[in-house]
Design a protein around this ligand. Structure first.
Ligand SMILES: *[C@@H]1O[C@H](CO)[C@@H](O)[C@H](O)[C@H]1NC(C)=O
Ligand SMILES: *[C@@H]1O[C@H](CO)[C@@H](O)[C@H](O)[C@H]1NC(C)=O
Ligand SMILES: *[C@@H]1O[C@H](CO)[C@@H](O)[C@H](O)[C@H]1NC(C)=O
Length: 363
């Protein structure tokens, strides 16, 4: 308790000093950092390497922030919805919070019933990252966060160096580049970006009318705990998971009842070669005219429709209810460390992990 109170006090102090933190590259202090290219801008924080906002125009020129989140860093501390962070060391779920590597059993913190979710209760989303480099404007504004995850953190083996770069690589284009190096032991690594999007603007209502296209003809079948316990990969054809032809998110959502609440929390295998950069999804909001195209070099993508949002306090006095946003979390296979039939997400000592995402917005 003492530790978390100290951390909170530190965060509140840091948040109140946020303005001064900008530009203090390399220091372990929590701050909010902006990247700007004309009327396109994002805000991020090193508390969880988190995307806090993304602002762009609609077809009539009206600006809106299309990312769900909180107003202050302090409010993210108790957040249970994972608004915007990088999650790791292993995103999504690990069955029973355990795995075996090199004949040794590892036990993780269980924070989702009997399973581990998003790297444990104090995963990468709840640690302070170092601001390694920061270029707020110019031709290609970017910020790089760095985190050294220690041997035994949340139960994971070995020291791990992790970098995350957010870059405005062109007008209305956001690149998210993650890499990690296992320094001394083998370890699973499976990072993801857990941003909730609403192209009509955060807090503008639900996303059921957004049109979604997914470059995925197969999905991993998840059980009631959202684990791929059967190891089965099934065709989407003939199921409400089929978004190969762009379809309104809400058109079949009532049929998706496999989890503990109605809505999508589904994992798709992205068509094409696993490590190649390729299209993953396209989403369009007819009302605002905003659209986004997502590219990545990962094997799978988790589609989540904010099924558990319920009177959740958001930014600017807005309240987020069920389906107020969607996430598209590119990643490796869920719980790969417990499924030898899936492509491995385990790094050997000295090996590197790379995860690139590009989000191309238009309006
Ligand atoms: C977070 O939760 C703790 C414990 O419940 C509480 O004392 C604190 O005020 C909360 N912080 C915020 C910013 O809501
Ligand atoms: C990871 O990214 C950082 C920041 O861009 C870079 O300095 C480093 O060389 C990269 N590491 C690997 C192994 O690619
Ligand atoms: C939302 O929360 C209220 C209580 O705050 C509860 O009565 C209601 O059942 C919840 N709705 C859902 C969909 O979980």
């Amino acid at each position: 308790m003492a530790r978390s109170q100290l951390l909170l006090a530190l965060l509140c102090l840091a948040a109140s000093l946020g303005a001064q933190a900008a530009g203090s590259g390399g220091r372990k202090m929590v701050g909010v950092y902006e990247l700007r290219m004309g009327d396109f801008s994002v805000k991020v924080t090193n508390w969880g390497a988190r995307l806090m906002s993304l602002v762009l125009p609609d077809s009539k020129g009206n600006l809106a922030d299309v990312v769900l989140g909180k107003d202050t860093i302090a409010e993210y501390v108790n957040d249970t919805s994972y608004f915007g962070p990088i999650t790791g060391r292993v995103g999504q779920r690990i069955s029973r919070g355990r795995f075996v590597l090199d004949g040794k059993v590892y036990h993780l913190e269980r924070n989702d019933g009997r399973n581990t979710l998003h790297g444990g209760g104090r995963g990468f989303h709840k640690v302070i990252w170092t601001v390694e480099e920061y270029m707020p404007d110019g031709d290609s504004p970017y910020i790089t966060f760095y985190y050294r995850s220690f041997d035994g953190e949340q139960g994971f083996p070995g020291n791990l160096d992790v970098y995350v770069t957010y870059r405005l690589s062109a007008p209305y284009t956001l690149g998210v580049h993650m890499n990690a190096t296992a320094l001394d032991r083998a370890t699973p690594v499976n990072l993801l970006l857990h941003t909730y999007w609403n192209l009509g603007g955060h807090g503008s209502g639900d996303v059921l009318g957004h049109t979604l296209g997914l470059f995925a003809s197969r999905y991993t079948v998840l059980d009631v705990d959202l684990l791929p316990s059967s190891g089965r990969v099934a065709p989407v054809a003939g199921t409400p998971f089929d978004f190969r032809a762009p379809t309104a998110i809400g058109s079949r959502i009532r049929q998706v009842t496999g989890g503990k609440v109605v809505g999508y929390d589904a994992n798709y295998v992205i068509d094409g070669e696993q490590e190649r950069m390729r299209p993953v999804a396209q989403v369009q909001d007819g009302a605002s005219g905003r659209a986004v195209e997502l590219w990545a070099n990962q094997a799978t993508v988790q589609l989540y429709t904010g099924n558990w949002l319920n009177n959740t306090k958001g930014k600017d006095g807005k309240v987020y209810n069920q389906y107020a946003g969607f996430t598209l979390e590119t990643m490796g296979y869920v719980d790969a460390v417990n499924h030898p039939e899936f492509p491995s997400q385990t790094l050997l000592a000295g090996q590197e992990y790379k995860h690139d995402m590009v989000l191309k917005f238009s309006f």
